[in-house]
Write a new protein. Structure first.
Length: 140
């Protein structure tokens, strides 16, 4: 047990750091990998993801689409003063998705995507260069 603990923590951590140092020398990989790592760290609260799902909304106007992340239902005064049920959607900026804007979108105007949150972040950080594979049609 002690040997396994030592290897997984000490040696494993050193190998991980060595791998990251190697990745730092590859120009495009550096930006994508470390950008995604930074974002995932910033948007995780004690292992809990802040973003629930990747969505598509017409933004900033009809006919133009933006990829965003569902962050929850709109509540409080804003919801009380609107007739439609609204959902909070975070629209990140490229290539640094730690900045962006919160928009409140009527539920019926949201298109839910099958990609994972990680795939959505990769799509945004890479400015659309890294596109998730098309989901299997029979996937449930």
């Amino acid at each position: 047990f002690s040997m396994g603990f030592f290897v997984s923590n000490v040696i494993g951590e050193r190998l991980f750091r060595l791998g990251e140092r190697i990745l730092q020398r590859i120009p495009i990989v550096t930006k994508v990998y470390f950008g995604i790592k930074q974002i995932l760290d910033a948007f995780s609260l004690q292992g809990k993801q802040v973003f629930n799902q990747v969505v598509l909304v017409e933004y900033p106007r009809k006919g133009i689409y933006a990829v965003g992340f569902l962050t929850g239902e709109c509540k409080g005064e804003v919801q009380m003063k609107t007739e439609e049920r609204l959902t909070n959607v975070f629209i990140p900026t490229t290539p640094n998705p730690t900045s962006g804007m919160l928009i409140l979108v009527p539920n019926n105007e949201i298109t839910y995507l099958d990609m994972t949150v990680e795939e959505g972040i990769k799509l945004i950080v890479s400015a659309g260069v890294v596109v998730p594979e098309e989901p299997y049609k029979g996937k449930s």
